[in-house]
Design a protein around this ligand. Structure first.
Ligand code: MSP
Length: 683
């Protein structure tokens, strides 16, 4: 194995087996899988770990209720997770279960190290102490009295009374690691992102850290504490340890040494609900035990549905099995990663899912692939046309003016080795900014689709003198399609391999060698064309397809038909204050989808919006908070003036303006009367 490769571990939380998988679990796992695939594509050496968290009081209770043993219950639910990951094309390197013996041995090794550890000020890192407090069996944790709802000391998360508990427990002296944690996080040796979560954790440290108990009496289903066999280790100590036990910590195994101890990055993808355990407890315990600590933690936002928290009681859960079955794994993976920036909360709506499928997948990428391949089949006898290199002169001779832009785009933005399409998109994946990686890629897809309309290959085909020009154009287009397949493969592995099949490269997963320009060999036969993403109707049902011809422009990015372009009046319009069409054309109006919204503190009217403009995500400040609740705005498609100079409102930068009218002085947003894809021009 080459030592120059960057080595990393990527993990998801291990999921509780108290219930069947949830869409939030799928979200984190898709993100981790995508990042792992993107890193492998970039030539990195990656270990991707996921699994199930199988111990604790909740499992004891559920198994009892079901009349089966704890192990039987865990086996069934853990298998459900693995089968779901198969459906989502998740390719993990290891699926850990905390009921495995190798995990138990690893946890006990870590425990022994902690028992012998000293704090920076020379005290025992673990000590025996008395604990009394309100315990929530569902959270498996003690609660502060102020958090509980009265009467009955009800846990706010589980709506059930907590129990007053007194017991002798082992404690971990977290308070002694305050300084070390602050320094590690502030210096970014432990990089916590998004920044808001980093600040939240630094805020918790500032308030003072409390020691926490690491053993539990009364729980049987867990790893027994050797010194006190009627106690088990606290479920979070048990669970967090999976990140090293799965790699072979118990026996100092090869994977542990290579990926964890010797690797360049130890990255945990987590939800915002579990950041304290991951960013405070876990690094402090590892540090005390003399084990390398994580280097990066990224907390994803939460998915809501129709503006509300997902909950079985309100009946608004999103079934991850139904989601993947509806339009296939590629569409589900694409949607959750594209719809919102990874760290933000966002709202799932069925119409957005179907809308994105039709706009981004059926229309944009689907049309591009089918048009490029149909033209190559028709004009080049189903073979790769003559080559074209960004360095050399085109073999085509004279290039039509309309095709010039496309040539320039290729030479400078697509093929450039360190600044081209591949470098940009892989860089965004690396930043865990999936929506921008995809927006960047879709920007190119839009350009390629537009280039077809401009170059009019069907006209070139009619003129034998322009044969070279036609072939050079189609070669670039097919190479563009190939690169799109390579770069989309971390998110949509199936579509990528099918595109490779259509290009005559065999259905396979793209690898690092495929990132280079010009790999299609002129004269080689192309494969047969298969539909990638057939259109669906509003309910997600297959639509009767209108066949796409090479001249059919995609709905987006196509220039407006000439007849629809308003013709400027020959004589000056009456009324000197009217503007002419050229002035109006300076204003760039675009459809924008709100992906996050938050009221600006101290202002009655202002709300900070994060909007998806199709090719980028932007922050816009709008004066509509008196008429709309921030949460209700997420998911709406509005109209934004996209080319306004940035301005600051109450110190917050705004990059655009949202259009609205008003009724009785209250803002009313302008919108569309059908689903329009983000970024669509409004004219
Ligand atoms: N077992 C612990 C984790 C131990 S890790 C050492 C646990 N499990 S869990 O099953 O409750 O999963 C929690 C994770 O699921 C969250 O951190 C998050 O990644 C994901 N999500 C659960 N609900 C979610 C949403 N509604 N939206 C997005 N993700 C959420 O906690």
């Amino acid at each position: 194995m080459s030592t120059s490769k960057r080595v990393s571990v990527i993990t998801t939380p291990i999921y509780y087996v108290n219930d069947v998988p949830h869409v939030g679990h799928a979200y984190t796992t898709i993100a981790a899988d995508t990042l792992a695939r993107a890193r492998r594509l970039g030539g990195q050496d990656v270990f991707f770990l996921t699994g199930t968290d199988e111990h604790g009081q909740n499992i004891e209770r559920i198994a009892r209720e079901r009349g089966i043993s704890e192990q039987e219950h865990c086996d069934v639910i853990s298998a459900a997770f693995r089968s779901l990951w198969d459906r989502y094309d998740i390719r993990y390197d290891r699926f850990i279960r905390t009921t495995e013996d190798v995990h138990r041995r690893g946890v006990l090794k870590l425990w022994a190290r902690l028992r012998g550890a000293k704090t920076p000020d020379g005290r025992d890192a673990v000590y025996l102490g008395k604990y009394s407090g309100w315990y929530c069996p569902r959270c498996e944790g003690f609660k502060d009295e102020e958090e509980l709802r009265q009467p009955d000391n009800v846990c706010p998360d589980h709506e059930r009374p907590c129990e007053w508990t007194e017991e002798e427990n082992f404690f971990f002296r977290l308070s002694a690691y305050e300084g070390w944690l602050r320094e590690t996080i502030e210096s970014d040796r432990l990089r916590i992102r998004p920044d808001s979560r980093r600040n939240e954790i630094l805020g918790v440290i500032k308030q003072g850290l409390k020691d926490f108990s690491v053993s539990r009496a009364r729980v049987k289903w867990g790893i027994a504490v050797p010194e006190q066999p009627d106690h088990v280790l606290y479920v979070w100590v048990d669970a967090l340890s999976n990140y090293v036990t799965a790699l072979g910590f118990a026996d100092d195994g090869e994977a542990y040494r290579h990926y964890w101890a010797g690797g360049d990055e130890r990255l945990h993808l987590i939800g915002k609900d579990i950041i304290r355990f991951h960013c405070l407890y876990w690094p402090a315990m590892l540090h005390a035990a003399g084990v390398p600590v994580p280097t990066r933690e990224f907390a994803q936002g939460f998915i809501t549905r129709d503006g509300r928290k997902l909950s079985k009681t309100t009946g608004n859960v999103i079934d991850p099995v139904a989601l993947v079955e509806r339009l296939g794994p590629d569409a589900a993976r694409y949607f959750v990663l594209r719809e919102a920036p990874y760290g933000a909360d966002w709202d799932f709506t069925d119409s957005a899912f179907v809308g994105r499928y039709n706009a981004d997948l059926a229309n944009d990428i689907g049309n591009l692939v089918s048009r490029a391949l149909t033209m190559a089949a028709k004009y080049c006898d189903g073979k790769v046309p003559a080559g074209w290199s960004p360095a050399g002169p085109t073999t085509a001779g004279a290039v039509a003016a309309t095709a010039l832009d496309f040539t320039r785009t290729f030479a400078t933005t697509v093929c450039a080795p360190n600044a081209g399409l591949a470098a940009k998109v892989l860089g965004r994946y690396e930043e865990i900014d999936f929506s921008s990686a995809l927006a960047e890629l879709w920007g190119f897809i839009g350009q390629f689709n537009q280039a077809i309309v401009q170059a009019e290959p069907w006209s070139l085909a009619k003129d034998p003198a322009r044969r070279g020009e036609l072939e050079a154009f189609l070669y670039r287009l097919l190479e563009g399609v190939r690169l799109v397949a390579v770069l989309v493969s971390p998110v949509m592995p199936r579509a990528a391999s099918r595109i490779f099949g259509m290009l005559g490269l065999g259905e396979r997963e793209p690898g690092p060698a495929d990132l280079a320009w010009g790999l299609l060999e002129p004269g080689r036969p192309l494969g047969s064309i298969v539909p990638l993403f057939p259109r669906v109707d509003r309910d997600g049902e297959p639509k009767k397809e209108t066949p796409v011809s090479e001249t059919t422009p995609p709905t987006l990015d196509a220039p407006a038909p000439a007849a629809a372009t308003p013709v400027p009046a020959a004589a000056p319009a009456p009324g000197g204050d009217r503007i002419d069409i050229a002035e109006f054309a300076k204003v760039e109006l675009r459809a924008a989808k709100i992906t996050a919204a938050e009221k600006i503190a101290g202002s009655k009217k202002l709300v900070r919006l994060q909007v998806d403009l199709g090719t980028e995500s932007r922050q816009v400040v709008a004066g509509i908070a008196d008429a709309y609740e921030a949460e209700a705005l997420v998911g709406k498609t509005v109209i934004v003036v996209a080319n306004l100079k940035p301005a600051k409102l109450m110190g917050v930068e705004s990059n655009g303006m949202v259009l609205a009218g008003s009724i009785d002085g209250k803002a009313v947003l302008c919108s569309f009367d059908a689903e329009v894809a983000p970024g669509t021009k409004v004219k």
